[in-house]
Design a protein around this ligand. Sequence first.
Ligand code: GLN
Length: 195
Amino acid sequence: MLIAVLALQGAFVEHEAMLTALGAKTFEIRQKRDLSVAFDGLVIPGGESTVQGKLMRELGLFDPIREKINEGLPVFGTCAGLILLANRVCNDDRKHLATMDIEVVRNAFGRQLGSFHTEGDFTGVGRIPMTFIRAPYIKSLWGDAEVLARVDDKIVAARQGSQLVTAFHPELDADGSVHEFFLNMVRSRSVSTAL
Ligand code: GLN
């Protein structure tokens, strides 16, 4: 299984390490020609959504990536990645890929506005560590998007079809279960398309 990791900015190396430890192969998407490789899933890392959105557009990655996700490519967005996938961003005029039926609030979640660490229940996975860094939260979701985790009554993880998002950074903790959850989404999609 080959997982592409968007490597324009932010915490992409940590995702690669986690996915490799779980037995997946990874490669980095840095420019348009990297998209010609056949891959099974895509990770959009945390970092700064405005910067990643701008670079994706400038490098000609934006439309082809959006198209692949709309065609069903499994995607996992963490933190800034979640913002990039959101159909609505409450406190920002910009929206980006807008492939997922979630409304998010940027830089708004936390007992302090910086970072914090907690534990929470993640549907289908169990109790896991959660590290938040200037995190967004999901204010509402619609269509067939479903909640996977909440912290302090705020939605911090969701799924819609082949799209998975977390407001926290599972790649920064030792627990690989959210990445394993994503790899299972990729596996089940590969099975269904092969049938
Ligand atoms: N605050 C960042 C943004 O709005 C996200 C932070 C993160 O990815 N850790 O893009």
